[in-house]
Structures are given as structure tokens and as C-alpha cells.
Design a protein around this ligand. Sequence first.
Ligand code: NAD
Ligand code: GLY
Length: 379
Amino acid sequence: MHRLEISLKQAARKSEINISGGIRRKLGQLISLKAPRRVAIISNQRVFDLYGREVVRSLKAAGFKPIEWLMPEGERYKSFRILEKAVTFLSENRLERDDLVMALGGGVVGDLAGFSAAIYLRGLPLAQVPTTLLSQIDSSVGGKTGINLPTGKNLVGAFHQPASVFIDTETLVSLPPRELVSGFCEMVKQALISDRALFETTVNCLQKAGSNRDFLVSPEFENLIAAHCGFKASIVANDERESTTRSDTKSRRVLNFGHTTAHALETITNYRVFRHGEAVGYGMLVAAELSRNLGLIDAGELKSLREAVSLCGPLPRADNLEINQIIRALKHDKKSVGGQINWVLLEGIGRPRIIEGRLISAKSLRLALRAGLQKESVH
Ligand code: NAD
Ligand code: GLY
């Protein structure tokens, strides 16, 4: 089992991350709560059918009183309407300040359950039990919670750090193939902005995982997940609230590598074509082309990045999308500051650099979008 800690300066406390195959069956012994308190599990039907009963059994065996509420499945339910239902459930069951909210599922469940925990009674302790690869290496770590508005994703939310994250690698075996591709893309993103060692280990593991899904429950893959969580934790510990005035290589903003184009692709396709990580796959290719156009990386680094994205698996087509429409959507990016898009580009593997949009010509952007979104750039 791996155990990591994030020291949170702003919250003046620690958040712990536990990683182990089968950990869902031991949650009762591991949660930092004294029995017989209540644990409100928020999940969805699919995930609860797969793993919920084992979690409930473990909590009951340790003397806790678990109750569950299942939200509908899908990104569109990360909404005010469902949030209201979630907090109403907590209220009707008279959850108290020392009880625990447990998010069991992917990033959608994690974000909505986390936000419910952040606002109900002005904050209940939270445990994240992420069950997708994306949520295990990214969304469950770092305390961002929230919901979507019709005008955009994640526009309402709060920073609410989980007291604990429990990552059970065994849950990855039931993931549909596209969810794995999506998680692999986020892994490549994180590896590219961390350092060459993590990049090489990640590429090596993707090669193994591509031909053998049992690899996902191997100690080697567990080590990889721990390394990714360690990297994300180091960024979060340094810049918990994603300061907009920082642009150094350790600022939380660098985690948005690949996300500027990704959000534009998701918006113009109404979130119907790409899984989030798949869009990030294209976003990295576009950012790499821009980095090459600006002379920040060489042809060899561009090639390594393309190969790494290709190892993640097939991405839906993007070369049929309107470049002008993508450019219009880019201008509405919610991460823009003072109306300026801030691109996270690369000066090399492990060397992210934040570049203001005004430094990128319209022609260079068009060329990068055309090259990055080409079908042959991924397979
Ligand atoms: P998701 O939560 O939609 O899960 C993907 C699908 O897999 C769902 O249908 C889900 O029911 C199913 N599923 C989950 N676990 C499963 C399992 N073990 N076996 C079989 N099926 C399973 O998608 P996601 O990629 O995990 O998360 C995406 C969400 O995360 C987005 O809403 C995004 O905005 C958010 N996000 C948040 C942060 C953050 O820092 N808070 C970071 C990145 C992404
Ligand atoms: N997923 C980006 C962040 O947590 O900051």
C-alpha cells in the first residue's frame, strides 16, 4: 500500500492519499472517523452495483452507519438541481458536522459529492474513493469540487480538501475502454509537465497496459498511480488555490496543459463527442505544435509527445471540426485573465511555460490547430 500526505498551508492541515488494490474492502478500518458516526456515500447506480456493497459491508463491520444516495450518471447531472437533491438527502438524514461524506465514483460523482460536503452545514469531512483512472490520478486529489452551469463547465464550486483519498486500482478493470483512454491522456499530460523520469515511466507503462489489461492491477501500475498523485500533491501543496498571479513551473495553472483547446473542443461539440481526457489528448497535440512553432521544443520532443498520446489509444475524429468555431470558443476560455488566453506550452519535457495569447499570432494558432487535430497525428 502507498500512503502520501499533502500538507495544506491554507487549510493548516493534511490530506492523505492511500493507494492499494482492494482497499475498498478495508475502508471501515482506514477512515479517520470514530465509530459509530454516519457515512453518507454518494455514488451512481453503475459504480454502486459494482463496488458499493463491499464498501458498505466494510463500514458496517467497523461499527459505522453508512447510508447511500445515488445520483444519475453523466456530466449533465453535475448541476444545481442534483446538488440540491444531494444536500437535501444529507439534511433529511440529519448528517452532523462530524459525520463523513464519501464520494464513490469517477470525477462527476467526486465533484458533486465534494461540493455537497463543502457547503452542507458549511463543510463536512470528505473522503474521495475515485473509481476511474482520471479521478484516481487527478480529480480526487487537490480539493477542487463543483458543478456546471449551462454557460460552462465547473463554473460554480469550492476548494474543499478531502481528509482522505482511497484509491483502489482493482476498480480500473471494469472501466469501459474509452474511460481508460481518457485517463491515459491525463496521465500523459501530467507526465509531460512533471519531469523526464515520470514521462518515461508513464510511456513504458502505457506500452504494457495497451496489450495487457491485467497490468492495471500490477504493483508497477500502482507505483505509477502513486507517482502521479505525488506529483499532483506537490503542485497542490505549493499553490492550493491556483493563484492567477503565478506563472512558474510549480504553479497549479500548469495542470491546465492541453486544457485550453480541450475545453473549446468539448464546448463546440456540446460534450457529446469527446470524453474529457480525449479532448485533452488533442489539446496536448495542439499545444505541442504551438510550442514547436515558437521554437520552444525541437522536432524530437514533438515526436515523443505525439507518440505518447498515440499510446493512449484511439481518439474520436477532430479534423472535421470548424477551425473558426474552435478559435471563437478559445476566446471564451474561463481561465483567461483580463481577456487574455493563457496557454500552457512546453519548453521541453517537464518544463511547462505559461505564454500569453497575444504572443501567439493568428496564423501560428491556425497552423497548430490544423496540425494537432489531424487524424494521422494520433493513429
Ligand atoms: P465520470 O465520472 O463521468 O466517469 C466516467 C464513466 O465511468 C461514468 O459513466 C461512470 O459511471 C463510469 N465509471 C466510474 N467508475 C467506474 C468503474 N470502476 N467501472 C465502470 N464504470 C465506471 O468521468 P471521469 O473522467 O472520472 O471524470 C470527469 C469529471 O471530472 C468531469 O466532470 C471533470 O470536470 C471532472 N474533473 C475534476 C477535476 C478536479 O480537480 N476536481 C479534475 C479533472 C476532471
Ligand atoms: N485538474 C486541475 C487541478 O486540479 O487544478
